[in-house]
Design a protein around this ligand. Structure first.
Ligand SMILES: Nc1ncnc2c1ncn2[C@@H]1O[C@H](COP(=O)(O)OP(=O)(O)OP(=O)(O)O)[C@@H](O)[C@H]1O
Length: 437
């Protein structure tokens, strides 16, 4: 039986067939129109199935029950791309049990994700962030898998490693041991990882416990794993696979049982292609791979993050004025959340009280110069607004083309020929004017 047992679990049921509904009910699934997760029955071979999935995919997860076997080819994958979390073929009561188990697992993960500790520790509600956190929480709580976290600098890899360790439900779990692979001196690496005996080499005046031994019963976090030299990767294979190792200068095999978490901002696939990263090592460290999105990919989290950092710094955090909010949303953050945090702290340190951050609280170097045209800000705001409302790139392109045509026609006093020359388009197109919005 799964750790979640057989408790009743709620789901939004988009299932018409009475026998399927009855089987789900018998398996413990209770229909609730307000539940976060959804079960949708479709005929996977129906070309409209992906559209139905797309229409229902929301912040929760969507389990697709196909009433027919999923044809080979792209059909099943298209359902996942449209937003389904999984697709299973209906085969009676056994499938109902499987669906119930899956829903219980999702519910358990959602409960963990909603814990105040988790929400405060890794702030963010954007769909892309929630999706990666869900995977992380599931791996942490319900598996012993080695986890590989990738992502640009400052995206929260180390923080996520800490969370995975914290949520790991191993009985009598011990500590998290962190080793930064970019700072390891090659000549001392054996000792760092495996420890050494007294007298093992010149200068080994006392025995030393290595990282693998220290992590026994807990978690070993290898940060910047992409920096490990290939020879060292080979040396680590055995201990990662079997948990056995020898201290330097000893013939005694020791055992250590730990969860391995690795992080890197390097492209390890590219490393394998050029021979700087061993494929066998990669496979052993990547039981579960989590790619943390950059801040650019989750702009909706910028303001909640800033508010969180303000709250950490001040008992009564000040509000953001619209202009400062806009500035924060516009700026680039090459160092991701680390950069954003540093900026938020610089702003709050300048703030002298009052319930709103004033323009003067923004450090001078961060203020927009006269060269930054307001139109850029408006364009960005417009793009973000439209994206939030579900516009596609094609919609945005049409909107921009219309605006360009309108502006060119105004500048050319309505002369379509001149407007066409300015824009580099055929005259009839400019003469067609801008469709009314
Ligand atoms: N989602 C988040 N919520 C709150 N704070 C965050 C979040 N993500 C990152 N931070 C903060 O941003 C900073 C950088 O995070 P962290 O060190 O985990 O990033 P990293 O990806 O490991 O960076 P690097 O690759 O440079 O080691 C830390 O101060 C951390 O507290």
């Amino acid at each position: 039986m799964s750790p979640e047992g057989t408790a009743l679990v709620e789901a939004r049921l988009e299932v018409a067939a009475p026998p399927v509904r009855a089987a789900l009910r018998d398996a413990g699934v209770r229909a609730s129109p307000t539940a976060r997760n959804t079960v949708l029955a479709v005929d996977a071979s129906d070309p409209g199935a992906a559209d139905r999935v797309r229409g229902l995919a929301g912040p929760g997860r969507l389990l697709v029950l196909s009433t027919v076997p999923i044809p080979a080819g792209d059909t099943g994958w298209a359902l996942l791309r449209a937003g389904a979390s999984d697709v299973v073929v209906w085969a009676g009561a056994a499938t109902a049990e499987l669906v119930a188990r899956r829903l219980r697992r999702w519910h358990s993960v959602d409960v963990l994700l909603d814990r105040p500790y988790v929400r405060e520790f890794l702030v963010g509600d954007s769909p892309v962030w929630r999706a990666v956190l869900r995977e992380a929480v599931e791996a942490a709580r319900f598996t012993a898998a080695a986890v590989l976290i990738t992502g640009e600098s400052g995206t929260g890899k180390e923080r996520l490693a800490q969370l995975i360790h914290d949520l790991d439900a191993r009985p009598a779990k011990k500590k998290l041991v962190i080793l930064d692979c970019s700072t390891i001196v090659p000549s001392l690496s054996g000792s760092e990882f495996f420890g050494h005996e007294k007298g093992a080499f010149t200068g080994a005046s006392a025995p030393r416990t290595g990282a693998f031994e220290l992590a026994d019963g807990g978690t070993l976090f290898l940060d910047e794993v992409g920096e490990l030299p290939v020879t060292l990767q080979a040396e680590l294979l055995r201990v990662i696979q079997e948990g056995t190792f020898k201290r330097v200068g000893s013939n005694l095999w020791r055992k250590s049982s730990f969860r391995l978490i690795c992080a890197t901002n390097r492209d390890l696939a590219a490393g394998q292609a050029v021979g700087t990263f061993r494929p066998d090592f990669f496979h052993r460290i990547s039981g579960c791979t989590l790619r943390l999105p950059s801040l650019r990919e989750r702009l909706d989290d910028v303001i909640p993050l800033v508010e969180h950092f303000f709250k950490e710094a001040e008992k009564v955090p000040p509000r953001l004025s619209p202009a400062v909010r806009e500035l924060l949303l516009q700026r680039a953050y090459p160092g991701n959340v680390r950069d954003l945090r540093a900026l938020a702290l610089r702003i709050i340190h300048r703030h002298l009280g009052g319930d709103e951050i004033s323009l003067g609280d923004v450090p001078e170097a961060e203020r927009p110069g006269p060269g930054v045209p307001a139109a850029d800000t408006r364009l960005q705001g417009w793009v973000r607004d439209r994206l939030r409302r579900g516009a596609t790139l094609a919609d945005l392109t049409v909107g921009v083309e219309e605006e360009a045509l309108r502006s060119a026609l105004i500048s050319a006093d309505g002369d379509a020929g001149r407007a066409a020359r300015t824009l580099g388009i055929p005259v009839p197109r400019a003469a067609g004017g801008v469709p009314a919005r």
